[in-house]
Design a protein around this ligand. Structure first.
Ligand SMILES: Cc1cc2nc3c(=O)[nH]c(=O)nc-3n(C[C@H](O)[C@H](O)[C@H](O)COP(=O)(O)OP(=O)(O)OC[C@H]3O[C@@H](n4cnc5c(N)ncnc54)[C@H](O)[C@@H]3O)c2cc1C
Length: 504
């Protein structure tokens, strides 16, 4: 194949995966990242011996990573050490009870039987009901192929209805589990990818099945070691990375991509893959004349997911009551979610996720310490909260809450304290409304209804990452890279490598 040039805008997991695939397909690929380092939401923070992953912390589909590295002719194991976790996480409920969530059916059933025997008996039925949804998304190409034709939508719809994949996740789980703990455990997963469990379609209920089948893993050294490994593979294949180089404009002529303007000048390209948010890309990087479909009115109608307030705490103390992943829940589930997604108010109570990676990799903090991160889901910037004023107050409230909850002496032992607010998401990652997970995965923003992997407006423009099909989360964005590479292989008539026989 005559060498053709490609540009990738952004170096999140999706951008890096797309760059590796393009380079492996024979495109001479240049990746531009506006921040000082690669990684996007999976950034790293280092301070006084404490190492923090700033975003994703759970790996749920290692097979997708193995597959990506294999496409580049590499062994994942040679680049990064993945460690399985068991239990996956501990969930503390407001009444002091807890469940250690694991893939082991025996242990799950035994724990559930303490609260509701019927629920425990329904565990297998639940897994059986979610298996075909998992298979459709992960094995039959629903997630790994573009979902951009009405024909595909019409073909999938009857099956989706039959599987119950269109109803909200929460309702699907309610059919099996009556105890509030179990209902939460098997319906909250959309929150991991910015979805509201009470309206995200049950296609996302496959996550517990995915976790059970493939496990939950951690990368030694932190998730950032995976980012570095992917960047290394891309460079080894001959790709080029320019960090601290924002793309300011996608140059289009006669409806076709010609290249990009960057802080370092113009770069010509046959095709451009944007890992920046699709709404942002269309509105800020593509001239309005070329946007018949994705005009400003349509972009304004997109619903963006919630945001997060993150605290990174370096503490000279260990807290054994925290597992590697811990959830601490408020007494409110549905109402708190309403505050975050719909009322867009900062609630007085908290439901938190805590990451304590030192439980698996002690090298991530000085001896006898923890590098903790605390994630509080909060409304996106449509809330009107001024985070410059609110952040120190909110951090203080969180620290008090955690001390009262049982992390004694937290403030006294604190050596490092940083935060990341919805405003930081907006400013540092160019995410509309400071959303942590891009476009919300609700029914009419899923699959066919999400911005497509292949632009409908500009020839040669593609998308990868959380805002396109299939959606957010590490598995989602890795699948999006596969779907986008598939579209490019079709459009440019190049052979691509894939694990399925249906690949062009
Ligand atoms: C706090 C948090 C915790 C999470 N935890 C998990 C988890 O445990 N497991 C999991 O699977 N998922 C998790 N997720 C979701 C997952 O992290 C994201 O969905 C995924 O990392 C997003 O990847 P992406 O490819 O969309 O790119 P992003 O990470 O969004 O990166 C996009 C990149 O594009 C760059 N960019 C934007 N505009 C330009 C421009 N004009 N020029 C150059 N560069 C530009 C940005 O700077 C950024 O680096 C979490 C997310 C958050 C926020």
């Amino acid at each position: 194949m005559k060498e053709q040039s490609a540009v990738v805008i952004g170096s999140g997991f999706g951008g890096l995966a797309a760059a590796i695939r393009l380079q492996a397909m024979g495109f001479k690929t240049i990746l531009f990242e506006q921040r000082a380092r690669v990684g996007g939401r999976a950034y790293q923070l280092l301070d006084r011996g404490y190492t923090f992953d700033m975003g994703p912390s759970l790996i749920t589909a290692p097979s997708l990573l193995k597959h990506l590295f294999a496409i580049a002719g590499r062994d994942l194991e040679a680049y990064v050490s993945l460690v399985p976790l068991d239990p996956f996480y501990r969930v503390y409920f407001h009444d002091g009870t807890y469940i250690d969530y694991t893939a082991d059916p025996e242990r799950m059933r035994a724990q559930m039987a303490r609260f509701n025997e019927k629920d425990a008996a329904h565990y297998d039925r639940f897994m059986k009901a979610t298996q075909p949804i998992y298979e459709a998304v992960m094995q039959e190409g629903l997630g790994a192929r573009p979902f951009d034709t009405v024909g595909k939508l019409l073909a999938f719809l009857p099956r989706a209805l039959r599987l119950g994949a269109v109803q909200p996740v929460s309702r699907f789980a309610r059919r099996f589990f009556k105890d509030f703990r179990h209902h939460f455990l098997y319906s909250f997963h959309p929150l991991f990818i910015g979805g509201n469990p009470f309206r995200a379609p049950a296609v996302y209920i496959m996550i517990p099945y995915l976790e059970r089948k493939e496990g939950v893993w951690f990368a030694l050294g932190g998730m950032y070691s995976l980012v570095e490994a992917m960047a290394r593979v891309f460079l080894e294949l001959g790709g080029i990375i320019h960090t601290a180089t924002p793309v300011t404009h996608i140059v289009v002529k006669n409806g076709r991509v010609k290249g990009v303007e960057t802080a370092k000048g113009f770069y010509e390209a046959k095709l451009v893959v944007s890992n920046a948010d699709p709404g942002f890309t269309y509105q800020h990087l593509v001239d309005a004349t070329y946007r018949r479909r994705w005009n400003d009115r349509r972009i304004a109608r997109l619903h963006y997911s919630m945001s997060c307030f993150l605290l990174y705490l370096g503490v000279r103390q260990t807290y054994p009551q925290l597992l590697h992943h811990t959830l601490i829940l408020s007494h409110r589930y549905r109402e708190l979610i309403r505050d975050i997604f719909d009322r867009k108010i900062l609630a007085a109570d908290f439901s938190l996720y805590l990451h304590a990676p030192t439980r698996t990799d002690p090298s991530m903090a000085p001896e006898g310490g923890e590098s903790l991160y605390v994630l509080a889901p909060v409304p996106n910037l449509l809330s009107g909260v001024n985070w410059k004023v609110e952040a120190p107050r909110y951090a203080d409230r969180l620290l008090s809450f955690l001390e009262n909850w049982g992390l004694e002496g937290l403030r006294a032992k604190l050596e490092v304290l940083h935060w990341f607010t919805p405003e930081d998401f907006a400013v540092q990652l160019s995410t509309p409304y400071g959303s942590a997970f891009s476009i919300e995965p609700r029914l009419l923003q899923t699959a066919y209804f999400r911005p497509h992997n292949r632009s409908e407006d500009v020839q040669g423009l593609y998308f990868v990452g959380a805002g396109t099909h299939p959606g957010a989360g590490l598995p989602g964005v890795l699948l999006s890279a596969e779907a986008t590479a598939y579209a490019i292989a079709q459009d440019y008539n190049v052979r691509a490598t894939s694990r399925t026989a249906t690949w062009a």
